[in-house]
Ligand binder design. Sequence first.
Ligand SMILES: [Fe+2]
Length: 207
Amino acid sequence: MLKVPTRQQAESFIREAELMNPGPWIPHSLYAARAAEIIAQHHPSLDPDTAYVMGYLHDIGRRAGVHGMRHMIDGYVFLAAQGFEDAARICITHSYIIKEIDSVVGERDCAEQELEFMRRFLAGCVYDEYDRLIQLCDTISEPSGFCLIEKRLVDVALRYGTNDYSLQRWQAYLDIQKHFENSMGHSIYSLLPEVAENTFGADRGGA
Ligand SMILES: [Fe+2]
């Protein structure tokens, strides 16, 4: 049995977090949850409720404030302290499609000790289907809705820059997309609503 909160518990964690640090990460998390649920409904082995909760809580560390890499550790500690180890793991693994601490572009606002913890954690972690699912769902979910994955990758690169791992990461995201599409027998874009409107629409909000 996976150690994850119920949908109701997840909802109350998010409501509390929204009071502490409101922002576009809240609707982003909700879209990531919906994407995970929808993909899981068409997948042979994933549980839709578990997928939804993991998607909803992957960024829960943002409850502690507007932070960079800190949000992964904060989320992990918050959920692990309550015994939700499987949801806690996602707070770290969602950003590391490549298991290298340096692969993520972002502010390194952690203590050296915490970076070392993440390094060891990633080295010892065998990604399962849920880790991969949330890596994908995080990347196709904007605060305004679902987005073509290639557009999202380019938008993030333009906003935060690239590094030596960027092409490897992009390829890994496209491989994961293909992996889930093969498992489901559907394109993700045929299952997620309003991808075209959100990707190409004039009223698209960025965040
Ligand atoms: Fe996210």
